[in-house]
Design a protein around this ligand. Structure first.
Ligand code: 6AU
Length: 252
């Protein structure tokens, strides 16, 4: 397990998808491998958080369907402006989990119109290879393994999920708590410096652990940042912890 990992520079030479390239370029430019999860429930909180943490992150992860006052004009247009101003990508954590036709409707229709603004989305791969064909204008991060206690993403499930993840051209990487092959990007949530769990099944690791042991590329931090008294300072400390852990893992 303790062997040197591929650097972002090396990965940048090998990845094909434009979204993978952008993520790696931003990581190198900002010296950050942090994705902030904006699990807040109003437009005002979402935009305020994006403004504060924007300079320190590679992407802002949304659950857009929890925003109680969502309006495309008031929510998405300013969010897009902030993503351009602070140079971060938008990751919609929709976790699609249906047949291709339904996923296509959920992706393109309704009030959220995810296809119009997200740079990349998360999707389960339980619907099979072709269920991911509809996401052809964005990057897809496949849910390979979950962080919660008792998850059904067993090693045999993860093995099958990885086959789709590695072979589908829309897929840029996976969400997992285990290592995945180097040619794709590994996104790891369940990262918190203060807590080991949340009493609702979530399980946390440290940035140190996920970079050293899993060779993650990006950490996803929610409550560690947005619940903090000072989200900007918290983002800076997760950014620094994550970057230092990444640098260390290059030298093993
Ligand atoms: O740091 P937290 O626990 O406040 O938030 C973690 C965020 C949440 C979850 O929906 C998400 O990460 N998540 C995911 C993702 C990103 O797909 C998968 C998973 O296995 N565990 C997990 O927590 O927004």
């Amino acid at each position: 397990e303790d062997k040197a990992r591929a650097s972002y520079e090396q990965k940048l030479k090998n990845v094909q998808h434009s979204v993978s390239k952008k993520l790696l370029e931003i990581a190198l430019a900002k010296k950050s491998n942090l994705i902030a999860s904006a699990d807040v429930t109003t437009t005002q909180e979402l935009l305020a958080l994006a403004e504060k943490v924007g300079p320190h992150i590679v992407a802002l992860k949304t659950h857009i369907d929890i925003i109680s006052d969502f309006e495309y004009e008031k929510t998405i247009i300013p969010l897009k402006e902030l993503s351009a101003k602070h140079q971060f990508l938008l990751m919609e954590d929709r976790k699609f989990a249906d047949i291709g036709n339904t996923q296509e409707l959920q992706f393109k229709s309704g009030v959220f119109k995810i296809t119009d603004w997200a740079d990349f989305v998360t999707s389960q791969v339980i619907g099979g290879f072709e269920s991911l064909d509809c996401f052809n204008n964005v990057g897809v991060v496949a849910i390979v393994g979950m962080s919660s206690k008792g998850t059904l993403t067993t090693s045999s499930y993860r093995e099958e999920a990885l086959k789709i993840t590695l072979s589908h051209p829309n897929v840029i990487g996976g969400v997992s708590q285990s290592s995945i092959p180097e040619e794709i990007l590994l996104f790891t949530p369940g990262v918190n410096l203060a807590d080991s769990g949340d009493g609702k099944g979530q399980q946390y690791n440290t940035p140190e652990y996920v970079f050293k042991t899993l060779h993650s590329d990006f950490i996803i931090v929610g409550r560690g940042i947005y619940k903090s008294n000072n989200p900007e300072e918290a983002a800076i400390s997760y950014k620094n912890e994550g970057w230092n852990a990444y640098i260390k893992s290059l030298k093993i």
